[in-house]
Write a protein that binds this ligand. Sequence first.
Ligand code: ADP
Length: 374
Amino acid sequence: MIQKESAPLSLKPVVRIRKRMEPDHKRRYRVSLWTTGFAFLGLLTSDVICAAVILFLYFKGVLSSLDMAPGVWMLLTLLCSTLFGALLTYFYTHMFLRPLKQFTEATQKVADGDFSVRVKVNDSRFLRRSELGVLADSFNHMTDELAATEMFRKDFISNFSHEFKTPIISIRGFARQLAHEELTREQQLEFARIIEEESEILAGMSANVLLLTKLENQEIVTEKTSFSLDEQLRRCMLMFEEQWSALNLSIDMELDEIQCYSSEEMLSHVWVNLISNAVKFSRKDGALYVGCTAESDKIIVRIRDSGIGMNRETLSHIFDKFYQGDSSHTGAGNGLGLAIVYRILCLLGGEIQVESDPGFGSTFTVFLPIEGDG
Ligand code: ADP
């Protein structure tokens, strides 16, 4: 009996974290209110200053009476409003142009490939809550995403080159030895076998990279058909009969009859990857369970092994491209299988849950939505 569950990991394939933002209409309403308040205060202040100037001139004796011609009143009001307006314009321009200058400089840096740049609009609460603040948040979010993509691209290229270079170097080395050295028949056969194995690794990796690239560029699944899921799982299990027989695994299959409407080819990749891992990471005389059942709104497929299991650190990376947790099995894979499984389930609207206990085994549970065939 497999001891369950010390480090469960549940994943919904589409993981998108978005910052919660204030609803647009609320924010706009607040900004308009503030702007109107500012304009009103500006006008009021300009009136007060105008009155203060007139009183000041009157008390200083420059004006003999407050009973002036309307023309003079208008002229004085206009003068004060112009002066105050100019001051306000300077203040506003300074307040709004300074962040805009920051944006211009930041955008130029991004164009030059520097994604570490951030824009700060922290002068006032008003600015932070205004459209400028939202623009700064979006800009910073964009540079965060660009930086993550860039890091991912660099990692991917270095992993990719490493994974491809290793078998190529090995093939070249053994091919050279075969051509130049005096070898016994056994050595020749051994080197030829290694070359064949390494070529198979390369072929498998190229096929997986091509498949993953195709899946990543795909957004919708069109080739759906109705097929027997239990039959498909049985066929996939049979593909690995040689391996599980060699390990003397006890096989337990609990497959309800399920007619599934989905992409048969894609799901076949999912089961092949999960079953091949379950066998690969099993120990001699272990147990392997494959089950499927249907509930009202979903189909559940469970693949359980009693193999080496995974610790929490491994669990948190298993869906990463080229990640291989167990070093003793690296030759028998390329770390792309679960990345393919994950991408396929994203496309099919499914979910995957992993439970594992290091030393005791792992359970992968796939949940698929039930769809009609129309
Ligand atoms: P690989 O080609 O190495 O099998 P995968 O993407 O299929 O690549 O799996 C990534 C890693 O997840 C494996 O290297 C292994 O460490 C871990 N893993 C996957 N399935 C199992 C399992 N059933 N038992 C233990 N470890 C597993």
